[in-house]
Design a binder for this molecule. Sequence first.
Ligand code: NAP
Length: 429
Amino acid sequence: MNLLRACIVGSGPAGFYTAKKLMKSYPKVKVDMFESLPVPFGLVRYGVAPDHQKVINVENTFREIALDKRFSFYGNVTIGNNIYKNNIANYISIDELKKMYHTIVFCIGANGDKKLNIPGENLNNVYTSRNFINWYNGLPVGLMNNKSFSFDNKEDIKSIKNVCIIGQGNVALDCARMLISPTNLLNSTDITDNSLNILKQLDLKKINIIGRRGPFQAQFSVGEVREIFKLNTSNIIINQNDLIANNEHIEYERRIKRLMKVFNDYSKNTDTNNYNNKTDLELCFFKRPVEILPCNNDKDKVGYLKLEKMALCDTKNIIATGEYETISCDLLISSVGYKVNSIDGLPKIIKDNCIPNDNSKIIFTDVNEQGNHFNNGLYACGWFRRGPSGVILTNIEEANLTVNRILNDIDNGIIDLTLNINYQNDKHV
Ligand code: NAP
């Protein structure tokens, strides 16, 4: 058996599961993992909500993988991003990397944010979910690739009464849950002291989680919705007409039926006319954000959100009604999904969503000597391969597929392990 020198770029779940499967399936392998951050675990360390400790525990599996003698981790190394070429010491281009490894698997996730593309997105106190999540998970400010979440002072924190979260996926629920979780529950989590201290000072009146489509087109998982409702720290508000409007359409799959039951069970129990100390948590359906407006006494800071009412025209598509409303908004978190960015040396991303690939093998525009569009030895796994969807465990299956594809290419001589490669990464790191 010839030695396989494999390189994995990115140290999140897809990277570690790829390493695990490679070492299991091809014993004579050396795996080098490169990561642009100084520390490993990517999304698990800086993306998963700190109160989801069971999910974070997957780090123990990753640590075991890292203890394998055939595995090395190199943090603080940037791959293929030419803007860093002359600026940082630990930079390696993809061309250089290709000379050093038989195969490279890119597991670099989705490090961009989809934009709302509406006026006012640059106002103060308007953030993306990534800004907020990186903040409560303690990503050092210097390493954040865009605006860092912050409150200027204590008065600023106290003045936040109305929060609007745009988007109705699980990330939106994570953000809302962090805002309304009892802080004594968060005490025992990995949340940073600074973030916890700030969350403790919040005195929120209302959180709106806003979706342009209906309750049953929402991307929420049932368990995640139940989790936030069960916290019992908020008055759950759902317009019953939205449930009825949506219900007129079609036969729904099992997830949707369960979601409907949770919406019904919890929203019926809420009497919002009764005064209590709880924050109102409204799931606002059929509303499209059209403009973010400044507050009355500070033109640079968000104060209102203008929404347009939408209506379903079939089971999933919506049309604008031309009816508008404007609601108060002191903090806006846009949670409308992530965007996959390519790096220099790899093809362009398809519709912001994933690297072009054929079952993990990266497809280039140019035709190679064999008359196909591959650059043999280059693969993708995780969000970079399939787009930003699915849970952490989805990466296990995908890593298996990716590694099987690599092994297949070795068996068929497409990856030639007898070729002399110029292994010299000690030079770089
Ligand atoms: P997502 O599930 O794709 O949800 C994005 C939401 O944003 C959708 O409601 C979408 O509505 C809305 N949206 C997109 N563009 C919009 C626009 N221009 N205006 C208004 N709304 C817009 O993405 P995500 O919440 O970022 O989650 C990413 C993945 O991570 C998902 O697979 C998720 O399940 C997973 N995740 C899982 C967990 C967990 O299991 N605990 C936690 C966090 C994340 P439309 O549907 O109308 O486009």
